[in-house]
Design a binder for this molecule. Structure first.
Ligand code: TYD
Length: 140
């Protein structure tokens, strides 16, 4: 349950005026890490399930800057929490070693992802059983 307790929604500062909205996300200030990588996911639909991995080293913040999606988070010990991303000024913080699935993407969904590390395929765990095993090893 430990890492799951660290998952949280973050509300970002909005500076809207008559010209429109502006949302501010600063590394190390609004998100709890320095941002080393940014990627975004769009063109996924209601049938797609993405993610399906855990990360040994990388922390993430995900923001649906347009549209909506859902994120399921599992701790590898039988607990699951589901979060709706449906506001351009709210993100979800995901610590290391939680299993995540992103799904139920609206047609206009643009899911912006901020990451604490550069891409390294070796720090991704893509087999759920390996994830459960590593969580178990950490506990003992
Ligand atoms: P994948 O991890 O499957 O995406 P998701 O986060 O939705 O599960 O990544 C899709 C492909 O893109 C895969 O071949 C790895 C590659 N990729 C990079 O090269 N760099 C990155 O920063 C990311 C997130 C993915």
């Amino acid at each position: 349950m430990h890492n799951m307790n660290r998952v949280k929604m973050i509300d970002f500062q909005q500076r809207g005026d008559e010209r429109g909205h502006l949302v501010i996300v600063e590394g190390g200030i609004d998100v709890p890490f320095e941002i080393k990588r940014v990627f975004y996911i769009y063109g996924s639909d209601r049938k797609v399930i993405r993610g399906q991995h855990a990360n040994r080293k990388t922390e993430f913040v995900m923001i649906n800057v347009s549209g909506t999606s859902k994120v399921s988070v599992k701790d590898g010990e039988g607990n699951e929490a589901i979060f709706c991303l449906n506001r351009p000024h709210t993100g979800i913080y995901l610590p290391t070693m939680v299993w995540k699935d992103m799904y139920d993407f609206s047609e206009d969904s643009v899911l912006l992802v901020l990451a604490s590390e550069h891409y390294d395929p070796d720090e991704y765990i893509r087999d759920y059983n390996v994830f459960v095993q590593e969580i178990g090893t950490k506990r003992t």
